[in-house]
Design a protein around this ligand. Sequence first.
Ligand code: SAH
Ligand code: SF4
Ligand code: F3S
Length: 447
Amino acid sequence: MTAPIPALRKLFIKTYGCQMNVYDSERMAEALGASGYVTTERPEEADMILLNTCHIREKAAEKVYSELGRLKPLKAANPDLKIGIAGCVAQAEGAEIMRRAPVVDLVVGPQTYHRLPAMEAAVRRGERPVDTEFPEEDKFDHLPLGPRGGPRARRAPAAFLTVQEGCDKFCAFCVVPYTRGTEVSRPAERLLAEARDLVERGVREITLLGQNVNAYHGAGPGGDWSLARLIRALAAIDGLVRIRYTTSHPNDMSEDLIAAHGDEPKLMPYLHLPVQSGSDRILKAMNRKHTAEHYLRLIERLRTARPDLLLSGDFIVGFPGETDDDFEATMDLVRAVGYGQAYSFKYSARPGTPAAERPGVAPEVMDDRLQRLQALLAEQQRTRQEAMVGREVGVLFEKPGRMEGQMVGKSDHLHAVHVSDPRAQIGSEMRVRITQSGPNSLGGDLL
Ligand code: SAH
Ligand code: SF4
Ligand code: F3S
């Protein structure tokens, strides 16, 4: 006797936060695929809606409650609709959400979503399960390898692959060590198998993910592997043409990884290396455990290895105790580095973190500093983008552009590039001469 085929149900996932949440959302969809779910882009036709949440900055929980408010009419229209909260807000405030929001049917943390099929079955029985454990077992051992929509479905040409999770660094402002738990690296051979599977399904570029991805030290043949060793093994996979990784911590930028930027052609010349502040006093108060000088030296060594490396970063303005001089030190550091791209945020006090107890900087001072920093970063970004005009770059085409006949993709340096040429096909990596620089993208011609 064969098992009954479950009826097709529709799953809508809304993803907030970082790339690791994007990866997790895909894996949750795969896990629920076993319970008969296929994904939909339309919440109004869903049988299950999952909000994969982020807790990194202010009002994270409030955002979840207001989104739940917007979902209420859908639940009224379809009483069978199930709503779940996943991700980092679920981890931090799961029980409270269950108490405050009767529309929620399940809460699942980032480390237990392999249990979603069982939780979904419990929901069907009328239960309201909450699972925010940090379990003994590794969730990745219990997740299906293979996509929703059948084992050999094609994938978009660029994919994420989480290689490391959690963080032991405890920066004084950050919730990640609490929501994601301690650092865990996945075994190298599993990652190589997952990467080969992605490549067989059409993936040409893989971005390796981790909250501290360069602290990767997964078990592999011959002992623990570093991120550099993993990258070199991935580079040997035929058909994989590009490798990236994010997010890195300056203290884990090892010699072998810097060397890989110099001599591994598949490792792309773009690096997101957050520094947060240019003031040693503030870096110390943040518990970053390095100085501005250390960071600048590191950038020098990276640029010696790979002169055209494009740098990206994260900055926090208005960290408790930040003076005008501290902020000027950040501006000086930004001028010294010259970023191709960067994210900057106003400090946001997060409950349970050490910095949340400290007296804050006045909101109008924060606003002013953020504006000045963002103006500088935007100017650097524009200058570096315009400098690409006339150059020849590699582009991996990902999707049709907004104009008829246009194809867009990412350059080696992660700039969006569009061309109008029928030879440019999704999944092809081609040489392009850049001819123009617009507000958010570059334009060019195939060579
Ligand atoms: N692991 C990465 C960053 C993860 S969080 C790293 O160490 O670089 C992404 C970014 O969010 C951080 O780099 C930081 O700039 C910002 N961030 C984190 N907590 C914040 C807070 N409480 N307030 C403002 N920005 C914050
Ligand atoms: Fe957060 Fe710091 Fe860990 Fe990055 S290194 S995730 S900022 S605690
Ligand atoms: Fe947000 Fe969690 Fe990522 S707090 S940034 S979704 S690790």
